[in-house]
Design a protein around this ligand. Structure first.
Ligand SMILES: Cc1cc2nc3c(=O)[nH]c(=O)nc-3n(C[C@H](O)[C@H](O)[C@H](O)COP(=O)(O)O)c2cc1C
Length: 205
């Protein structure tokens, strides 16, 4: 059985830990094959925010990885069939380049291919606050069919740690690709959440 290929682009925005979690969660799905591209700034944020082993960890988990400058790699072509692509985190530079069709590196080219082939493209854009240019690029990409998903935490599942927040965001992003697997993210279930809240209150009493 051929696997579902998912391309993961890591650019130089804050939130490098999200990239690691997305790759880890994708690796847990046996039917999925991951194709990783990390920008030069992405390497820097991984080092700065996660640590010296982060890049090696990512590369070790991914099924295949590519140099960001390798514009002739498989993921640069529309003939390379994929289930979708997640750019995590997505810098405002990469966002702008994708919006403008400036496919001068492999992350932007692969994203461009996903748009032209009408495939799923999830952009975990990270910057705050946003100026009008950022917002216009997000609007343009939404109009082109991309899904703009800033990593804004949810609190309904009552996260107890940063790891839980990261895990939930990674699961939501993967869910957006629409792989034929059960949802990874905790669903909104008021009854279950209320019971959890009661259990936690009792636990802390
Ligand atoms: C530690 C660090 C954090 C950064 N955080 C962000 C960010 O949250 N959002 C953003 O758009 N750029 C951020 N930048 C700037 C980008 O890395 C820079 O614009 C870079 O050119 C992006 O290149 P890339 O899109 O090819 O990865 C950050 C840079 C560093 C060093």
């Amino acid at each position: 059985m051929s696997k579902e290929r998912v391309v993961v682009g890591v650019s130089g925005a804050s939130g490098a830990a999200l990239a690691l979690r997305v790759i880890e969660r994708l690796a847990e799905i046996p039917s999925v094959e991951t194709h990783l591209i990390v920008s030069d700034s992405g390497r820097r944020t991984l080092l700065h925010e996660v640590g010296p082993h982060a890049l090696h960890q990512l590369l070790a988990i991914a099924d295949r990885s590519y140099q960001v400058g390798d514009i002739g790699a498989a993921t640069a072509s529309g003939s390379f069939r994929t289930a979708g692509m997640i750019v995590v985190p997505c810098s405002m530079r990469t966002l702008a380049a994708i919006a403008a069709g400036l496919a001068d590196n492999l992350i932007v080219r692969a994203a461009d291919v996903h748009l032209k082939e009408r495939r799923k493209l999830v952009l975990m854009t990270r910057e705050t606050p946003l100026h009008l240019g950022h917002l216009r690029n997000m609007t343009a990409l939404t109009e082109m069919g991309a899904i703009v998903m800033p990593p804004v935490p949810a609190f309904y599942h009552r996260p107890q740690s940063v790891e839980e927040i990261i895990d939930h965001l990674a699961a939501r992003a993967i869910d957006l690709i629409g792989l034929p697997v059960a949802s990874l993210a905790t669903e909104w279930d008021p009854q279950a959440l209320a019971q959890n809240a009661v259990a936690r209150t009792r636990g802390s009493a």
